[in-house]
Design a protein around this ligand. Structure first.
Ligand code: XCC
Length: 638
């Protein structure tokens, strides 16, 4: 096996890595290798850098060094480090949501000419869900109140009232649990600032108290994500099934290629709209047109709503530039490697940053102007068209590898398929299949790439293993993109990997789907903020079964978790009562106490718990075991 094969299972990546080697460019794979061996203190979470007397590193057997200078024990240090990761993730997700909410408010106030309320049905649903009056009211008035309710989530400074989106989207059982355990937040900013205060030097030393505060922040993550999904749907439309393609082969040699990368759909939606209008300009420059492709969650956003192809996911973002055919990469926020800029220097590619909080020295910064959003997008496309003119055709080498993708499964679109089978009570399509033992339950795949393992391998191996065991699979984020690139998001994936029960179940959906394409093995629900769609799915299943979410056979897995956001997502899933697998051993093994709390004791309190298992096959066995145990318990209650 070559080094490249060891790095990633994505065969489109191999020739690009070879190319990087020829150019002498060190990719993220090389940099990951160069970081080995990792520092054991950092790797296990017992390096404390919270004050500048540090870093303090814990040596359990060395008197004096078995605590930090201030006397903080391993469990305090590990808990503090972990909950600060959660705060970082929750801040990122919720700030993304706040940005969307501000835009919706400005739309409702008639201040923005390029945006509008696209999905009025979704606006009505959300308004009714959060208690905004709709009867006889104008769309913009309702949109203003919904946007204001979302913005109010951030600024509350007292402990009451509690967060609106959580209050109105989770089961009664969860709400009671969150209140009883005092982790129910009222204000997102308040909770995150409180966490940073609590973890300051000389503050809280109690790991349990810290973990509960971490879970409160994780619920802020949930809230911010949920409102981001809802408000994005209102502005840009709720995803419906689309057929598109994925992998580097979706980059076209004869077109102006623009990659949309990051997380926030506000600009990328405008780029999609502008590209439709500017095909002639591209043709005048000698290209066959404009080809948009997506990377990371901005890619997932425009895939869901516009059918834009996926070029690649997080770990292989650099490789899109190495094709020599990428004219511009437009980035917004989160998960964008700073290395893109230096790699772009080897080609004609323009890296365009657009947000005030995300700049890369040396790249082009086109400040996104929501008041002139379409013009902002057009200027960027013009830059790409000019870059295309500088492209050296002799340096273009695109791996001709791609797969068909059937995606766009918002919960609404999934339910409309279920509705074709059971018009009166669509959710029963899945609960009946679980009760009949046709499927063993549901697994959500979420999260990133992490180069501590072979890129995309954990994602695909665990998915195939669970599919063989008749588990219904939904996915978001870079996990969904790994599946798209590997050909698991189409009907062939079902034929190859689904167990008999799952095959029958998806077959039944196919008969009634009303779609021209066969349904996929795994249902792509969108970007990372769209994990909220999976949470709503859980809530619907639990309510239909008459139990709490902590009782239903529904698991989550982040096979290659990497970002702070993934820590926040995983943590709130545990609070939601979901057994949550992580395929990378996170930096908390330095405290056996914290490790025990999150992997075992959490189950007693919330019903959810973490499973840390790097081996994909063992992970499959454990997840199936957990699903079977829950199904068995449910059958006992019946
Ligand atoms: Fe980033 Fe959402 Fe992770 Fe991918 S999955 S590496 S967070 S892009 Ni969100």
């Amino acid at each position: 096996m070559s080094d490249f094969e060891k790095y990633t299972i994505d065969i489109a990546a191999h020739p690009m890595l070879e190319r990087a080697k020829e150019l002498g460019f060190l990719t993220t794979f090389d940099r990951a290798k160069a970081q080995e061996p990792r520092c054991n203190f950092g790797n296990t979470g017992i390096c404390c850098r919270i004050c500048i007397q540090g870093p303090c590193r814990i040596l359990p057997k060395k008197p004096g060094a078995n605590k930090g200078i201030c006397g903080a024990a391993d469990y305090t240090i590990v808990a503090r480090n972990t909950v600060r990761l959660i705060a970082g993730g929750a801040a990122a997700h919720s700030d993304h949501g706040r940005h969307i909410a501000e835009t919706l408010l400005h739309v409702a106030e008639g201040k923005l000419k390029d945006y509008r309320v696209t999905d009025v049905d979704k606006l009505m649903t959300v308004a009714q869900k959060i208690g905004v009056a709709t009867e006889g009211r104008d769309v913009n008035a309702i949109a203003r109140d919904v946007a204001q309710a979302a913005l109010d989530e951030f600024g509350r400074v007292s402990e009451y009232p509690k967060l609106t989106w959580i209050t109105n989207t989770v089961t009664e059982g969860r709400l009671k649990k969150f209140n009883e355990t005092t982790i129910m937040p009222s204000g997102i900013n308040l909770s995150l600032a409180g966490l940073l205060h609590q973890t300051h030097v000389g503050n809280d030393a109690d790991p349990i108290n810290l973990i509960f505060t971490g879970l409160k922040a994780a619920l802020c993550d949930y809230d911010g994500m949920h409102l981001a999904t809802d408000l994005s749907d209102i502005l840009f439309g709720t995803g419906v099934p689309v057929v598109t393609e994925a992998n580097l082969g979706s980059i076209k040699a004869d077109k102006v290629n623009i990659a949309l990368h990051g997380h926030n759909p506000l600009l990328s939606q405008m780029v999609v709209a502008a590209a439709k209008e500017m095909q002639a300009e591209a043709k005048a420059a000698g290209a066959a047109g404009i080809n948009l492709v997506g990377i990371c969650c901005t890619g997932n956003e425009v895939l869901m709503r516009e059918g834009v192809a996926i070029a690649t996911n997080f770990a292989t973002q650099e490789l899109a530039i190495l094709t020599g055919a990428m004219d511009a990469m437009v980035v917004d926020v989160q998960c964008i490697m700073p290395s893109l800029r230096s790699l772009a220097e080897c080609f004609h590619t323009k890296i365009v940053t657009t947000m005030p909080i995300m700049k890369i020295p040396g790249s082009y910064h086109y400040a996104f102007d929501e008041y002139n959003a379409l013009d902002s997008a057009k200027n960027i496309i013009r830059l790409a068209i000019n870059a295309y003119k500088e492209r050296d055709a002799s340096r273009v080498s695109i791996p001709q590898i791609k797969h068909t993708v059937v995606a766009g499964f918002s919960l609404e679109s999934l339910m409309s398929i279920f509705k074709n089978i059971n018009p009166d009570n669509p959710i029963r399509v899945i609960t009946d299949a679980i009760k009949a033992g046709e499927i063993k339950g549901v697994a959500l795949f979420a999260g990133c790439n992490n180069l501590k393992g072979q890129h995309d391998n954990n994602h695909t191996e665990i998915a195939k293993g669970l599919a063989r065991n008749d588990v219904f699979l939904v996915a978001t984020g870079c996990a969904a993109q790994a599946f798209a690139k590997e050909g698991l998001l189409n009907g062939e994936g079902v034929a190859k990997y689904a167990g008999e029960g799952l095959k029958k179940f998806i077959g039944r959906l196919n008969e009634k789907s009303g779609l021209t394409a066969d349904l996929p093995l795994i249902f792509h629900m969108g970007s990372c903020v769209d994990n909220s769609r999976s949470n709503d799915f859980q809530t619907m299943i639990a309510n239909e079964m008459g139990v709490d979410v902590s009782d239903i056979p529904y698991v989550a897995t982040a096979p290659e978790a990497m970002s702070e956001k993934s820590v926040a997502i995983g943590s709130y899933h545990v609070a939601m009562g979901t057994p949550t697998h992580v395929g990378v051993i996170p930096p908390l093994t330095g405290s056996s106490l914290v490790h025990e709390v999150v992997t075992k004791i959490a189950e007693d309190v919330f019903g959810g718990f973490f499973i840390f298992e790097a081996d994909p096959h063992k992970a499959v066995n454990r997840l199936v075991e957990v699903l079977e145990e829950r199904t068995w318990k449910l059958a006992m209650r019946a």
